[in-house]
Design a binder for this molecule. Structure first.
Ligand code: SF4
Length: 239
């Protein structure tokens, strides 16, 4: 998936943010991650070549948005309507956001949003039960056509049964994964097994994205190298 970051920078709001990869990368370059600033690719989707064709994804496709920030961050309120306008114009591209701020969804939402633009999917991240119970009652009521839930980095067992029972048909998928980086918290594979069983019970697609760097499975703690984390997760339910 191609990534489009119209702005960069964010502030930490919950335990899942503790080891944010964007902070980690910025620290290597001496960048203050807390400053939310427009990037040079702000207007990327609507740039045109001399012949009038779109310069970016001229044949359409899919794009992840704001992967080094949060689309609903308050410091980006002034820019969000402009981004919505670009998304409206590029109906040939499917845009995907991940947010921890579903409570700010309505700030700057375009008047013609209705039940949601068909080319926008939004995932809400919930790293533990407290964040699931804080964010999902809001998120799952929002007018969004493509919704998914991501429990990553998964920091404890998470019971989504109530949400799956009530909103199962609206939730396109549930994903989970561990944490990467040098100071990672442990992912207990039993939490993953349980979440998968919940999704199966309610017929909601489930995926285990990555093990993270430290995985506790069947009584053993595994240190999983970065390059193996996705592959190991893929194999986890086939062995
Ligand atoms: S909301 Fe996302 S981008 Fe922002 S600090 Fe938390 S993990 Fe990082």
């Amino acid at each position: 998936m191609t990534i489009w970051n119209p702005w960069h920078g964010c502030t930490k709001i919950s335990p899942g943010c503790a080891h944010c990869y964007m902070y980690r990368i910025d620290a290597r370059h001496g960048i203050d991650s807390t400053i939310v600033a427009k990037t040079g690719q702000f207007d990327l989707p609507v740039r045109r070549k001399k012949n009038g064709e779109y310069a970016w994804l001229p044949n359409g496709g899919s794009a992840g948005v704001c992967f080094s920030s949060d689309f609903f961050h308050p410091d980006a309120d002034a820019w969000r309507p402009l981004v919505w306008a670009m998304i409206r114009e590029r109906r040939d591209i499917d845009f995907f956001f991940i947010t921890k701020r579903p409570d700010r969804f309505y700030v700057g939402l375009p008047d013609d949003w209705g039940m949601g633009y068909p080319n926008v999917r939004i995932a809400c991240t919930c790293e533990n039960q407290a964040m699931a119970d804080q964010r999902l009652p809001l998120f799952l009521e929002l007018p969004i056509r493509g919704k998914s839930v991501i429990c990553e980095p998964m920091l404890g067992p998470i019971n989504l049964r109530n949400y799956l029972a009530k909103y199962g048909e609206e939730i396109g998928s549930v994903g989970c994964g561990g944490e990467s980086g040098p100071k990672t918290r442990v992912l207990d594979f039993d939490w993953v097994r349980d979440l998968r069983a919940q999704c199966e019970a309610y017929g909601v697609p489930f995926s285990f994205h990555q093990t993270g760097a430290r995985l506790f499975k069947d009584g053993r703690l595994y240190y999983v190298p970065r390059r193996m984390q996705h592959a190991q997760a893929k194999k986890a339910f086939t062995e």
